[in-house]
Design a binder for this molecule. Structure first.
Ligand code: ASN
Ligand code: ZN
Length: 366
């Protein structure tokens, strides 16, 4: 038999979370009976690859519907236990939150807009330092990390799932400027999901140890949502976030402003200009509350940008992505797409429209 249930998850990155599970013969399954249908498993599930690099993995099951407790608690790259349930908890929570974010904010029914279920595979390969979305399986996959901790933080989950949304909408080609915009879309939406999931500020979590860098001050708690990407993954070997939306150049590779050579960079660096645009549009150019730093100097003599807030900025970006951008959209095209979206949503004489214009000017997209 099957009957939806609510389990308790002891996550690595988000504290104790409620998980939508399924009561089945012989125990509970990490199968969400409330979001998504069809697809490979008929519902959103999490599977264990147990260090394989192919296959659908084995569906997670648990006797008591408390996940990631006792012997099932495993963290980080030295995973040796049979099931390593902690990674599965964060992966399930990431899908739940991302699914709900798109539904609640944009009335989007899942990744493809038609409610097709997805799945998450954890414990991919050995010490694998990445996570990825794949259109062919309509699923996302997480490594256990080596320089990084297990790659299942909420912003990374939202990032990967948003690659699926992009593929079903603008389908931005993954190279050149369109590739940078594809990556930025994932960073932007992953960050918005983090603001929803961690928006309540700090929460005590039992098994989280933060290491090194600026994040060390929050050891033992979930850090408040921020415009950093992957900050919870850090280790002493990689003691900083993956990316900084408020000043992308802090990674040593990403420009803060557009130039003609941007298109030649790896898409994870050419994304920085759009991340910076979004930060300025949403947050504004005042001192960043999380880091205490001012973001990079702005281009074209722009001295300040008044932020319009995450919610409006995200609505503009999402409408631009889903209505105006195409596979070949460039940065210039992203500017006109977001201006068109702002005009549709708020009007051509609105503060929101003007903020879009100024934020692009500040990153040298004219
Ligand atoms: N985690 C990476 C990403 O989603 C994988 C890749 O390089 N595509 O961007
Ligand atoms: Zn990506």
């Amino acid at each position: 038999h099957t009957a939806g249930a609510t389990g308790t998850g002891n996550s690595q990155y988000s504290g104790t979370v409620a998980l939508a599970t399924n009561s089945a013969t012989g125990g509970y399954e990490l199968r969400d009976m409330t979001r998504g249908t069809g697809g490979t498993f008929g519902a959103n599930v999490v599977t264990n690859l147990n260090h394989a690099t192919s296959g659908n993995g084995t569906l997670y099951t648990d006797a008591d519907n408390t996940w990631g407790d006792g012997a099932n608690y495993v963290e980080g790259s030295s995973t040796t236990a049979a099931n390593g349930e902690t990674a599965a908890v964060d992966a399930a929570y990431g899908v739940q939150q991302t699914w709900d974010y798109y539904k609640n904010v944009f009335a989007r029914n899942g990744i493809d807009g038609a409610g097709t279920a997805t799945y998450s595979r954890v414990h991919y390969s050995n010490s694998y330092d990445n996570a990825f979305w794949s259109d062919s399986c309509f699923c996302m996959t997480y490594g256990d990390g080596s320089s990084f901790q297990t790659l299942t933080s909420i912003d990374v989950a939202g990032h990967e799932m948003s690659h699926g949304v992009c593929a079903r909408t603008a389908n931005l080609t993954y190279r050149g400027e369109s590739g940078g915009l594809n990556e930025a879309n994932s960073d932007i939406m992953g960050t918005m999901v983090e603001f929803m999931g961690h928006g309540g500020g700090t929460t005590t979590i039992p098994n989280y140890t933060a290491i090194g860098g600026t994040i060390s001050t929050v050891g033992g708690v979930v850090p408040a949502a921020n415009y950093l990407i992957g900050e919870q993954l850090e280790t002493s070997a990689f003691a900083h976030p993956l990316r900084w939306m408020y000043k992308p150049s802090l990674d040593g590779k990403s420009p803060d402003a557009w130039s003609t050579s941007l298109k030649r960079l790896d898409v994870h660096y050419s994304s920085g200009v759009a991340n910076h645009f979004f930060f300025l549009l949403a947050h504004g150019s005042q001192i960043d509350a999380f880091s205490g730093n001012i973001q990079s100097p702005m281009a074209n003599g722009v001295t300040s940008v008044a932020g319009i807030g995450n919610d409006k900025a995200a609505r503009i970006w999402y409408r631009a992505l889903t209505v105006y951008m195409t596979s070949s959209t460039t940065y210039a095209g992203a500017r006109t797409a977001t201006l068109s979206a702002a005009k549709d949503l708020y009007g051509a004489t609105s503060a929101e429209y003007n903020a879009v214009n100024t934020a692009w000017l500040a990153v040298n997209v004219k």
